[in-house]
Write a protein that binds this ligand. Structure first.
Ligand SMILES: Nc1ncnc2c1ncn2[C@@H]1O[C@H](COP(=O)(O)OP(=O)(O)OP(=O)(O)O)[C@@H](O)[C@H]1O
Ligand SMILES: [Mg+2]
Length: 508
């Protein structure tokens, strides 16, 4: 693949690109090229500058220094913007959704480019165009309903369709799969192959390193805004890629599982049923990492959300620290020592108008109160700093708005929030989504540290490897029920997979 592509002329040539933000050099003289028909992986730690680089190409940011050439034509940066990038056939599927939720798929796809019949929008023509486009994509997403009613994966397809509708020759995917369930990823692979066959150049950003080997032809690694290396994926090994990304050898991504499980049961669920799950019997002891495996829709997220009071419980019993607890509300849950790291951090875990510090201490305001009135700001700042440094957060000020952190660093703030709150039981719903390989490992060590200090973790993850690497015990859920339970000494990947896929029997 790459041999052919390199002989063609590049679609995109970025030369010595420098982009500055207040107190941050996000990109420092980075050069980057994309050829037709290649999938070019852009990788690096959280905050390395990946999203910034692609935004310089898509016209959202204008670089401070450097040159951009699109299809052989040097761009006048003074006149460059998103519209101009679209006119030059550059499309982007964002890390954050940039769709208008109340508008339908079609409206989102063609907004600003409607076919007109005189002064009126020609909906018939648009419908026909959309139909052709979705046929090409082999996708049956309903583009006639407001996008807010669509599943995450389908929203991604709408974003992609919008890029294609503008006749994109270069398409940028910024962490597309970070928000996609496994099942949808194969569909995306299929679409990417299709785009490649049609000579479209693709920039592919992902923290899931296996994907780089599955679908990418070339790779470029960034670190702290600097170019580290570009090469052919066929000459790359995973260990080397990890080393290039994190700048160090990560021989042990998973720490040894500590012998920390105590006899003290912290959480017990008896026949718990609610929206999306039923008859759940589960225990989590102090010092224990309890994993929940299951396919998309198995009820894992619903169960965690219910324990935190965000999703109704209809019957059954919850015991926390030995005491029977009424149906939880988030306030009660926090008081009882529960903390939730939700899977859609952008919507649920953070307050977008607050700065880093306010987000980090949102769950611990009581802790920093003096005489119930004043805030002990010194202590608040000191503790936030301590925890954020522990998590190796990349930031320049605790007062910077949360939106100015890179995606993965935002996730670290959500994790840090509960550490600051001295939470006893951490409900973690895919906590390492969108987090770079080095920071993932740091979160694994952190989980280890929490249980070694007698805390308790319930971990939901789509990656079985992660559960096998970290948990003392794993429950498997299938269609809302627990169908299998296994202890670390007996872990068998095959057996778990069997139950995960629904081939095992439901054990009552
Ligand atoms: N609008 C902004 N204002 C100020 N700083 C910003 C802004 N956008 C990004 N930055 C900073 O620029 C650096 C690069 O961020 P960028 O979002 O490009 O990282 P990334 O490689 O995409 O990371 P991730 O994998 O976490 O998404 C970070 O230090 C980030 O905090
Ligand atoms: Mg990013």
């Amino acid at each position: 693949m790459t041999k052919e592509t390199k002989s063609g002329s590049p679609l995109i040539e970025l030369k010595d690109c420098t982009k500055l933000f207040p107190a941050t050099v996000a990109l420092d003289q980075v050069s980057f090229t994309v050829y037709p028909g290649e999938v070019h992986a852009l990788v690096g730690e959280n905050g390395a500058g990946k999203s910034t680089l692609v935004k310089c190409i898509s016209g959202e940011y204008i670089m401070n220094e450097g040159e951009l050439t699109v299809e052989g034509e040097k761009i006048n940066l003074k006149e460059y913007n998103v519209r101009e990038a679209q006119n030059r056939h550059i499309g982007i599927v964002h890390q954050e959704f940039q769709l208008m939720p109340e508008m339908t798929g079609i409206e989102n796809i063609y907004v600003g480019h409607y076919s007109k019949k005189g002064p009126f929008v020609d909906w018939k023509a648009l419908e026909a165009r959309a139909k052709k486009l979705f046929e090409f994509l082999g996708s049956d997403v309903n583009y006639n309903v407001p996008v807010k009613s669509l599943r995450t994966a389908d929203k991604q397809i709408i974003q992609l369709a919008r890029a294609l509708a503008l006749d994109a020759k270069t398409i940028i995917f910024d962490e597309l799969t970070a928000v996609l369930p496994e099942a949808d990823i194969n569909n995306i692979y299929r679409i990417i192959d299709l785009l490649r066959e049609n000579d479209i150049g693709i920039i592919y950003i992902s923290h899931r390193l296996d994907e780089i080997f599955d679908i990418c032809d070339r790779y470029t690694v960034l670190m702290d805004g600097k170019h580290v290396e570009t090469g052919d994926v066929e000459n790359l090994t995973k260990d080397r890629l990890i080393q290039l990304i994190s700048g160090r050898e990560l021989t042990k991504v998973y720490p040894p599982v500590p012998d920390s499980v105590t006899e003290e049961v912290f959480l017990e669920l008896k026949n718990l049923s609610g929206k999306g799950f039923k008859n759940i019997n589960l225990t989590a002891n102090r010092g224990e990492v309890v994993g929940i495996a299951g396919l998309v829709g198995a009820g894992k997220t619903e169960l965690l959300q219910a324990l935190f009071g965000n999703n109704p419980v209809t019957s059954g019993e919850i015991y926390i620290d030995g005491k029977k607890t009424k149906t939880p509300t988030p306030q009660v849950a926090i008081k009882k020592g529960l903390g939730l790291i939700p899977d859609e951090r952008r919507l649920l875990g953070l307050n977008r108008v607050f700065d880093v510090q306010k987000n980090a201490t949102l769950a611990s305001l009581d802790k920093f109160k003096i005489a119930n009135v004043f805030m002990n700001q010194k202590q608040e700042t000191a503790e936030t700093e301590k925890v954020m440094d522990q998590l190796n957060l990349k930031y320049y000020s605790l007062k910077q708005n949360i939106n100015t952190l890179s995606g993965g660093n935002q996730q670290k703030v959500v994790v840090g929030k509960w550490i600051i709150a001295d939470t006893e039981l951490y409900l973690m719903d895919e906590p390492t989504r969108g987090i770079d390989v080095g920071a993932k490992s740091e979160i694994y060590y952190l989980i280890n540290d929490l249980v070694s200090r007698g805390k308790c973790v319930i971990l939901v993850s789509p990656e079985l490897e992660e559960l096998l690497g970290l948990c003392h015990k794993i429950y498997v859920m299938y269609e809302g029920e627990i169908c299998y339970e296994t202890e670390r000494a007996d872990f068998s990947q095959e057996e778990i997979m069997t139950y995960l896929l629904g081939s095992g029997k439901i054990a009552h």
